[in-house]
Design a protein around this ligand. Structure first.
Ligand code: CP
Length: 339
């Protein structure tokens, strides 16, 4: 049995295999390959794209999605083992995961960090506990990484750059840029962007205002591993113009500074200085005609100008569409290829 919790557990060839199947499914939308199958979607946080694309995706393949919001229509769940459950949780993940495994063929989970203590959140305990007790494959719908977004992003990138293999991405300059947002946000998509771009051997630059915005060391280590296995390079820059110069891809995301994790009021005066990290036409003009993307949802004219997101180089809608196709490929492979 195979889970899809992080792309670091999957080889480049296996991930490319998912993208290849997704290309086929994009052309053949209504193949009933999952007739009679079902997926439980556990949402601890809001969603537009993830929920819609999974619900519609399995339906298009003849299956059914069961959407559950624990604590809101389903019982609140305890994830710690060996605790006295005298607080809010009514049941333990040990029962939830095994019961859902008897009803459904797949379990998928969205559980953002609690934003109290990064040393706890960085362990990704919620989804690991689901995987520990589940008797069916588990899919990450975004925790401290967002692997389904990675697949959709990479498929859109390959489509835009006119390539259908990792070899076509060699030598491409990939810029992941921090941008301002009024709130301290999850690092998940930035962690994922770094993982997938290095997994596919690109020359990756992480642009951020200062070292407090570095991603957790486990993602820098993942990038180093990926480069060792797949080629490419990784560096960090604090200089906007040189980071944008010659870029083939610009991916933007905002995230909170980890040293201030959950203490966003203290971080606020720092981030307020960096509104100029917005992706705009002047910066994009420094690139090699780069494609632009963002995972969505995005705040226009805060993270990116209307001119950039509405330009022909923007692939935000293509990437969002591809969530549907890559997740269909993923559900099918988890149930047929890896069982
Ligand atoms: N990109 C993404 O996961 O969107 P949602 O939060 O709307 O699911």
């Amino acid at each position: 049995m195979r889970h899809f919790i992080t792309t670091q557990d999957w080889t480049q060839a296996e991930l490319q295999g998912l993208l290849d199947d997704a290309r086929w499914l994009k052309r053949s939308r209504f193949e009933p390959q999952l007739a009679g199958r079902s997926i439980a979607l556990l949402f601890f946080n809001p969603s537009l794209r993830t929920r819609s694309s999974f619900e519609l995706g399995i339906k298009q393949m003849g299956g059914h999605a069961l959407v559950l919001e624990p604590g809101k229509g389903a019982w609140p769940i305890e994830f710690e083992d060996q605790v006295v459950m005298d607080q809010d949780a009514e049941e333990h993940i040990a029962e939830v995961a095994r019961v859902l495994s008897r009803y459904c063929d797949l379990i998928a989970v969205r559980a953002f960090p609690k934003f109290k203590d990064w040393s706890v959140d960085r362990q990704d305990k919620v989804i690991k506990q689901v995987a520990k007790y589940a008797e069916v494959p588990v899919i990450n719908l975004e925790t401290i990484t967002h692997p389904c977004q990675e697949l959709a992003h990479m498929l859109a990138l390959q489509e835009r750059l006119g390539v259908d293999s990792p070899e076509g991405l060699k030598g491409k300059k990939y810029l992941l840029t921090w941008t301002y947002h009024p709130k301290g946000l999850n690092t998940a998509v930035a962690n994922s962007s770094l993982q997938i771009a290095t997994k596919f051997g690109m020359d990756v630059t992480l642009l951020c205002p200062e070292p407090i915005y570095h991603l957790d060391e486990q993602y820098f280590a993942a990038a180093a591993d990926n480069i060792a296995n797949n080629g490419g390079s990784f560096n960090v820059s604090y200089d906007i113009d040189s980071a944008y110069a010659g870029a083939d891809v610009v991916y933007c995301k905002s995230w909170g500074a980890i040293p201030y994790f959950g203490n966003w009021d203290a971080e606020k005066p720092i981030r307020e200085q960096y509104k100029h990290f917005i992706v705009d036409e002047r910066k994009m003009a420094l690139t090699n005609g780069a494609v632009f993307s963002h995972c969505l949802p995005v705040r226009r004219n805060v993270k990116v100008t209307d001119g950039v997101i509405d330009s022909p180089n923007s692939m935000v809608i293509d990437e969002a569409e591809n969530r549907l196709h890559v997740q269909k490929a993923l559900m099918h492979q988890l149930l047929w290829k890896y069982r």
